[in-house]
Design a protein around this ligand. Structure first.
Ligand SMILES: CC(C)(COP(=O)(O)OP(=O)(O)OC[C@H]1O[C@@H](n2cnc3c(N)ncnc32)[C@H](O)[C@@H]1OP(=O)(O)O)[C@@H](O)C(=O)NCCC(=O)NCCS
Length: 152
């Protein structure tokens, strides 16, 4: 396994069309479905970085700021922002796109912690994370501070 990966190596994007079976009783995207999409996008980024299986350890607060309509395209964009020994802090930005008007809105941000595991289900060390651009270094620093604050 490599000793490190650049932050861009594991970036993941998942786009889904909001179909009728995904709606709540108001005809919008069901919140639980959105969480599942966020978890999947975060899992892809975490598994790529870890180079093997990883499990969801925690979900941070998720604010549902806007309803997402049936027929919209929803994109979950996931980035590994920080890593410990076996844990990875992944942020997921959610965008909804109205294909008729071309309008794209940033509807949610979620933070998820994944832990890489070995064949026996025990935590396994992951490669170091290397932020390369100024934006990535800022992300890394923000996640490092957030992790320190979570531990207080
Ligand atoms: C997540 C899991 C592997 C942690 O195992 P554990 O033996 O309790 O882990 P440890 O206490 O040794 O901690 C290992 C790492 O996980 C992190 N961790 C454990 N629980 C965590 C939590 N709730 N939130 C954030 N990080 C957590 C620790 O900080 C540590 O990080 P580090 O290695 O980077 O320092 C284990 O609790 C588990 O398998 N949970 C079920 C996961 C699951 O079913 N997810 C849904 C389906 S994918």
């Amino acid at each position: 396994m490599p000793d490190s990966h650049p932050m861009s190596f594991s970036r993941a994007e998942l786009t889904t069309l909001v179909m009728p079976h995904m709606q709540n009783i108001l005809g919008d995207l069901f919140g639980g479905h959105l969480l599942s999409m966020v978890d999947q996008a975060a899992a892809v980024a975490a598994i790529r970085h870890a180079g093997g299986p990883a499990v969801t350890a925690s979900f941070d607060k998720v604010d549902f700021r806007e309803r997402i309509k049936l027929g919209a395209l929803v994109t979950c964009s996931a980035t590994v922002d920080y890593v410990g020994n076996s844990s990875m802090d992944v942020s997921v930005e959610v965008y909804s796109e109205n294909v008729a008007t071309g309008e794209r809105r940033h509807t949610h941000t979620a933070r998820v912690v994944f832990v890489a595991i070995d064949d026996t289900g025990k935590p396994r060390r992951v490669p170091r994370l290397v932020p390369e651009t100024p934006e990535e270094r800022e992300r890394y620093e923000r996640a490092r501070v957030a992790r320190t604050e979570r531990r207080r």
